[in-house]
Design a protein around this ligand. Structure first.
Ligand code: CA
Length: 229
């Protein structure tokens, strides 16, 4: 699966250069040339990492970063600062940016940092919150419980992993073989049937009417799609 990088930057020449290098490294690249477009794309296109310039038309990079974190979007953000913007750098990290680079920077250095952040991100499972709430559903990943309207059920650690993966990839089609790879790993070889059985059990805990799921949808021939916030 290709990792998607969103570049929010208004300097076209810089974007062109970054784009070519990122594509060369096997990344998918999307781009926004002002802050408000960038904010939208960050939410709609679910990138794996964001390169965010500070000086931007319409909405500056600091504001974009603040808004994303306020919406609980934890995608890694590498901020680009110009020389002399040392103060912004500090503010950027305080409001939830993960890293920064000062222009002009070396592309190799940036690529190395991107790789490091993406690796960390995969490991941390996109930092799903300890308690995830969706309408009248509450999933407690610390104590492995699911609560809905006063009814509580236990969650196995495997189910918790599946749910975390779904939440981190909400809205996307999650293929069965990707789930096998991510949750079970390569060492064990459960069949796709095993996954379906786990999903059936999970639906009984998550869904109001498991026969007509609202959150964990089946995508025929592919896998599943989790609809959540
Ligand atoms: Ca700029």
């Amino acid at each position: 699966m290709k990792k998607k990088i969103l570049i929010i930057e208004d300097e076209q020449d810089l974007v062109k250069g970054l784009r070519l290098n990122f594509i060369d490294e096997g990344y998918e690249v999307i781009w926004a040339d002002d802050g408000s477009k960038g904010l939208l794309k960050a939410q709609e296109e679910i990138p794996d990492l964001i390169i965010l310039d500070i000086m931007l038309p319409k909405m500056d990079g600091l504001e974009v970063c603040r808004e994303l974190r306020k919406k609980n979007i934890s995608t890694p953000i590498i901020m680009l600062t110009a020389k002399g913007e040392e103060v912004d750098k500090v503010v950027g990290l305080e409001i939830g940016a993960d890293d920064y680079m000062t222009k002009p920077f070396s592309i190799r250095e940036l690529l190395a940092r991107i790789k490091a952040h993406l690796r960390r991100e995969t490991r941390e499972n996109k930092r799903v919150p300890d308690i995830y709430r969706l309408e009248d559903l509450e999933i407690d990943f610390t104590f492995f419980k699911i609560r809905r309207r006063g009814k509580e059920s236990d969650l196995t650690s495997l189910e918790a992993e599946i749910l975390k993966y779904f939440i981190a990839h909400k809205g996307e089609v999650v293929k069965r073989d990707v789930l096998l790879d991510k949750i079970w790993g390569y060492e064990k070889f459960p069949t796709t049937r095993t996954i379906d059985n786990h999903i059936l059990k999970l639906r009984k805990k998550v869904e109001e009417d498991p026969s007509r799921p609202k959150y964990i949808l089946s995508v025929y021939g592919e896998g599943y799609r989790f609809l959540g916030k």
